[in-house]
Design a binder for this molecule. Structure first.
Ligand code: FVH
Length: 299
C-alpha cells in the first residue's frame, strides 16, 4: 500500500548548508530536485535519489516548494530572477542569510510574481541539520509555512515568528551578534592567556565554566531592559569601568591587541559619564540605539 503523494521540493544552492538541507529532505523521503551554479557538487545527492536540474528555471519548475540556500541576498535575487517566469504558484523558503529589509523586498517581488515567501534563519551548522538541537526560524506567509511545516521539520525544529517577512532575519542576525560576541570574547581571552604562557586547552574548561555561570544572568538582564529598571545587583558600571581599565592595561603589557574588547570599555565609560555609574549592564542596551529603522518592542 502506498502512502500519500509527497510534493516535490527543489533546493537551490549546494554549498555546505544546501547539501545538508537536501540530504535531510532525501532522508525524510521527500522527492528532491537540486541545482547549483558550479556542477559537481551533487554527486552524493544524486546517488541518494535527488534529481539534478540543468538550469535554475528547470529546477524551479520541478518543485512546488523552493528551498533557497545561497551565499547572500544579491546572489539569491540574481538566481531567482533567472526563473521569474516559472515562479507563480510556488512557495519560496529562503534560508540564505540576509537583512530584514532585503527579506521584505524579496517577499514583495515574489508576491508580484504569484509566489509565496517565507524567510528563514538557520540556527545550526551543516552537521546539525536534521539532528536534535537544530533550530530554523521562519516568518512571512503564514499559510505557506503551515502548508509546508511538516516538510520543513526535516531540517530541525521549525519555529514560527510571525508574518513580517524580515522577522526571521532580524532574529537570525541578532543571535549571530550574540554568538560572535561570545566567540570574540573567547578569542581575546585565549590570546591573553597564551601570551601569559598558558596553553589554550588548559584554559578552555575554565572559560566554559565561567561563561556558563554568566549565562544565568541573561533572563534578569532582559527583564531589566524591558522594564527599564537597571539595578546594579552588586556590580555597578562604575566598578566595571575601573576593572576594564586593568584589562586593557594587561593587554598592553602582554602584547595583545585589545580591538575586540575596547568598544565595551568605551560604552561603559560613556554610561558612567552620562550618570549611569550606579546602575547595571542592562542600561547599555539603550545607549546602543542610534535611530534607523529600530522598532521598539511592544508593551
Ligand atoms: N555553513 C554554516 O555554518 C552557516 C549556518 C547558518 C546558515 N548559513 C547561511 O547559509 C547560506 C549558505 O551557506 P553555505 O555554508 O552553504 O555557504 P557556501 O558553502 O559558501 O555555499 C554558497 C552557495 O552559494 C552559491 N553561490 C555563490 N555565489 C554565487 C553566484 N554568484 N551565483 C550562483 N550561486 C552562487 C555557491 O555556489 P557555487 O560556488 O558552488 O557555484 C554555493 O551553492 C549562507 O547565507 C550562510 O550565511 C550557513
Amino acid at each position: 500500500m502506498s502512502g500519500p503523494r509527497r510534493r516535490r521540493v527543489t533546493v537551490l544552492g549546494l554549498g555546505a548548508m544546501g547539501r545538508a538541507l537536501a540530504s535531510a529532505l532525501l532522508a525524510a523521503g521527500h522527492p528532491t530536485t537540486v541545482w547549483n551554479r558550479t556542477p559537481g557538487r551533487s554527486a552524493a545527492l544524486a546517488e541518494a535519489g535527488a534529481e539534478v536540474a540543468g538550469s535554475v528555471a528547470e529546477a524551479v519548475a520541478a518543485g512546488e516548494l523552493l528551498v533557497v540556500c545561497l551565499l547572500d541576498d544579491d546572489v539569491t535575487r540574481r538566481v531567482l530572477d533567472r526563473a521569474a517566469p516559472v515562479l507563480a504558484g510556488r512557495t519560496v523558503v529562503n534560508l540564505t542569510n540576509g537583512t530584514p529589509e532585503r527579506a521584505r523586498r524579496l517577499a514583495e517581488w515574489l508576491t508580484e510574481r504569484g509566489a509565496r515567501h517565507v524567510g528563514g534563519g538557520i540556527m545550526a551548522v551543516p552537521s546539525m541539520i536534521g539532528q536534535p538541537g537544530s533550530l530554523v526560524l521562519y516568518s512571512g506567509a503564514r499559510d505557506a509555512f503551515l502548508d509546508w511545516r511538516d516538510t520543513l521539520a526535516a531540517f530541525g525544529e521549525a519555529r514560527w515568528l510571525g508574518t513580517d517577512p524580515g522577522r526571521a532575519a532580524v532574529h537570525d542576525l541578532a543571535l549571530l551578534a550574540a554568538m560572535y560576541g561570545m566567540f570574540g570574547g573567547f578569542l581575546h581571552a585565549t590570546a591573553m592567556i597564551r601570551a601569559a604562557g598558558v596553553p589554550a586547552g588548559e584554559f578552555a574548561p575554565m572559560v566554559t565554566g565561567w561563561l556558563t555561570a554568566m549565562l544565568g544572568a541573561l533572563p534578569a538582564m532582559a527583564a531589566a531592559v524591558d522594564s527599564d529598571t537597571h539595578d546594579a545587583d552588586g556590580s555597578s558600571l562604575r566598578m566595571q569601568a575601573a576593572s576594564f581599565g586593568n584589562l586593557l592595561a594587561a593587554c598592553r603589557d602582554l602584547g595583545v591587541d585589545a580591538g575586540l574588547v575596547r568598544p565595551v570599555r568605551d560604552l561603559l565609560d560613556e554610561a558612567v559619564a552620562r550618570g549611569h555609574g550606579e546602575e547595571g549592564l542592562s542600561v547599555l542596551v539603550g545607549l546602543l540605539h542610534t535611530g534607523g529603522t529600530h522598532r521598539p518592542a511592544p508593551g
